[in-house]
Design a protein around this ligand. Structure first.
Ligand SMILES: [Zn+2]
Length: 107
């Protein structure tokens, strides 16, 4: 795997940072030393994911959204307050919004 997590972080949900609205995220990195941010693994309350997986609670389930190099990132020195340049969309369920200052803003 070419994506690395900070020590203690897990691909199992929820994410390390709670963005509100049931959304959480965990940053992943492109290098083992975790200095080059690759993007965010994200968890959102997704009826389709729940239906597909047959679970009511996504806790302990892997991410169901992800950002990458196509997004811009601000405040990366303080991941609890990261801002994404560009929105995140799950086209299948319609979940759409922004992470600003570490908080989910639906749109
Ligand atoms: Zn969804």
């Amino acid at each position: 795997m070419n994506e690395h997590l900070d020590n203690g972080a897990s691909i199992a949900g929820p994410g390390v940072f709670d963005a509100g609205h049931g959304v959480s995220y965990t940053p992943y990195y492109l290098d083992e030393k975790c200095t080059r941010l690759g993007g965010l693994y994200m968890w959102h309350p997704c009826p389709l994911t729940r239906e597909r997986l047959g679970v009511d609670d996504l806790t302990g389930v892997g991410p169901n959204a992800k950002t990458g190099q196509a997004w811009g990132y601000e405040n990366v020195d303080d991941m609890a307050h990261i801002t994404l340049i560009g929105s995140v969309l799950d086209p299948e369920c319609g979940w759409h919004g922004f992470i600003r200052n570490g908080q989910w803003e639906p749109c």
